[in-house]
Design a binder for this molecule. Structure first.
Ligand SMILES: *[C@@H]1O[C@H](CO)[C@@H](O)[C@H](O)[C@H]1NC(C)=O
Ligand SMILES: *[C@@H]1O[C@H](CO)[C@@H](O)[C@H](O)[C@H]1NC(C)=O
Ligand SMILES: *[C@@H]1O[C@H](CO)[C@@H](O)[C@H](O)[C@H]1NC(C)=O
Length: 491
């Protein structure tokens, strides 16, 4: 009897184990799809999410009313009466900006830190009796507000006598670069341009030496130049990316300072093998340096710049120049605050949150983490909707249905899960079955403002017509932009 019981029990156990085993096979948790190369690095992903960065052009030009200095400026003119880097950082913090980049040296060669390799610096100025260090104050003030710091060091130096003597000058430049990156820790972006003295035709900058040294000293830094390696120029200084803007490009097709590459920089390359996203640099005023006669751009201009940069998969590097007192003018600080508050007003409410979302298919069906609801949570990188991989390639779509009648909106936001590569090549938007947008790439963020004063719709359909692989959408939004709306009312 005991034996029989034992036998029964063990067969029961076997059967249970068997069922449990097959259950496991059936219930395999769907995995994320494979990434599509090239991918961003950790630092590039962090950079992308900043959206807006602040540039500060400050130096002898601030006191001479010039944009480019001559190199003959007397350091005695650098005498800001009320320089307060804490005020700069407060202005940035009020605008929810997480990275500020300072011109440690512009083309005139005057250094804002006491470099041991030249006297042409704050040391020879009356400011703080020659004992000051603007770069140190700037880094400290930023850090006190939890803001990261970045540095611009002009390769063109109109003061330095070694300029034009290749080896000697490159050694001088590299010495200053090492000095800066050793002295000031946690620099998150370093900014290089290719500007050169047009008369010194055989000057060469040893960019590969400089870049290698930068990465050796601070590995989490992003290097900006026309050609990356980490962040590229968008090809203009109006804050406007191409309607098609890929974060991918071929670095080998780029050369720093070459005018022939601006169109390529503006759009990127769908077949590019390097991840080098674009940065749009533009000033809040006409000039890069402060001039008494200039005033900040209107809010509507800044919003256009936002839609044309951040809204086209780029970063906005907005210059806000301190004045000759050493402070950011109240007019600029207020305009910047107004700008941030407008952005928050527009995007604070996602009208799609209260809608029904239908999608063409779902990876792993109802199991797994790839449902339509993933496009409405706050994680804009790693939580995303994925359609089935074997779906008809041209028929991936998302429909947003108003629950109680019409949705009133005028902005559509789409974001790709770029951590797995930039994929979408063509997309379309239909409002109540009418085609209203024919778009191309999406990337981290694509914003479409709809023409006309407002839209009332039952259903909005986003159709992905063409992609490099299965599209992965991390976020969608319908928003109402009252500033855009009022422009149609005035007209
Ligand atoms: C620039 O190149 C010319 C011609 O090769 C040469 O004569 C001159 O010395 C060079 N100048 C410098 C500063 O190296
Ligand atoms: C970029 O490189 C890829 C891979 O080599 C190539 O297919 C593509 O044509 C290149 N793009 C351009 C514009 O040359
Ligand atoms: C610089 O800006 C501050 C703050 O608005 C202002 O008090 C100061 O007068 C300005 N300096 C100049 C020279 O305009």
């Amino acid at each position: 009897m005991g034996r029989l019981l034992l036998l029964c029990f063990s067969s029961f156990l076997l059967v249970t184990l068997f069922f449990h085993f097959s259950f496991c096979i059936l219930e395999q948790v769907p995995t994320p799809p494979l990434p599509l190369l090239p991918l961003p690095t950790y630092s590039q992903l962090k950079w992308q999410q900043r959206e807006i960065i602040m540039f500060l052009h400050f130096g002898v030009n601030t006191f001479t009313d010039r944009e480019w200095g001559t190199g003959h400026e007397n350091p005695s003119i650098f005498n800001p009466s009320a320089l307060n880097t804490a005020q700069w950082a407060t202005v940035a913090a009020d605008a929810q900006i997480s990275l500020m980049i300072l011109t440690a040296k512009h083309h005139d060669g005057f250094c804002l830190w006491p470099s041991k390799y030249t006297h042409h610096s704050v040391v020879s100025s009356p400011w703080k009796s020659g004992k000051g260090d603007v770069v140190q104050d700037f880094v400290n003030a930023a850090s006190a507000q939890g803001i990261d710091a970045g540095i611009y060091l002009s390769p063109w130096d109109k003061y330095e006598p070694r300029y034009g003597h290749d080896v000697a000058y490159n050694q001088y430049y590299l010495a200053q670069l090492q000095e800066l990156l050793n002295k000031y820790q946690n620099v998150r972006e370093i900014w290089f341009d290719g500007a050169k003295d047009p008369k010194a035709e055989n000057v060469s900058y040893y960019f590969s030496d400089w870049f290698s040294m930068v990465k050796e000293l601070q590995s989490s830094i992003n290097i900006f130049s026309d050609a990356g390696p980490d962040v590229r120029w968008v090809g203009d200084e109006t804050g406007t990316a191409g309607n098609t803007c890929w974060s991918t490009i071929n670095r080998t097709s780029l050369s720093i300072g070459s005018p022939d590459i601006t169109a390529y920089l503006n759009t990127g390359d769908p077949r590019g093998i390097d991840w080098v996203p674009a940065e749009c640099d533009v000033s809040i005023r006409k000039g890069w340096f402060w001039h008494k006669s200039e005033s900040p751009k209107k809010l509507s201009e800044l919003l256009d710049i936002y839609y044309n940069s951040v809204g086209k998969n780029c970063l906005l590097l907005l210059n806000v120049p301190p004045n000759s007192s050493g402070l950011i003018s109240d007019t600029d600080a207020n305009r910047l605050k107004e700008f941030r508050s407008a952005i928050n007003t527009i995007f604070h409410e996602n009208l799609a949150q209260s809608c029904y979302i239908k999608v063409s298919s779902q990876r792993g069906d109802k199991r797994g983490d790839f449902g339509a609801e993933k496009m409405l949570d706050s994680d804009h990188l790693w939580s995303y909707w994925a359609p089935k991989e074997d779906d008809n390639e041209e028929d991936h779509w998302i429909e947003i249905w108003g629950k109680d009648g019409n949705i009133r909106f005028n902005v559509i936001r789409i974001q790709e899960a770029i951590g797995l590569g930039q994929r979408i090549k063509q997309h379309e938007i239909y409002v109540d079955h009418k085609l209203v947008i024919q778009g191309t790439t999406v990337g981290y963020k694509r914003l479409h403002r709809l023409d006309g004063d407002e839209v009332h719709a039952h259903v909005v359909r986003i159709r992905i017509r063409e992609a490099r692989g299965v599209p992965l959408i991390s976020s969608i939004g319908l928003h109402f932009d009252p500033f855009w709306h009022s422009r149609f009312r005035v007209a």
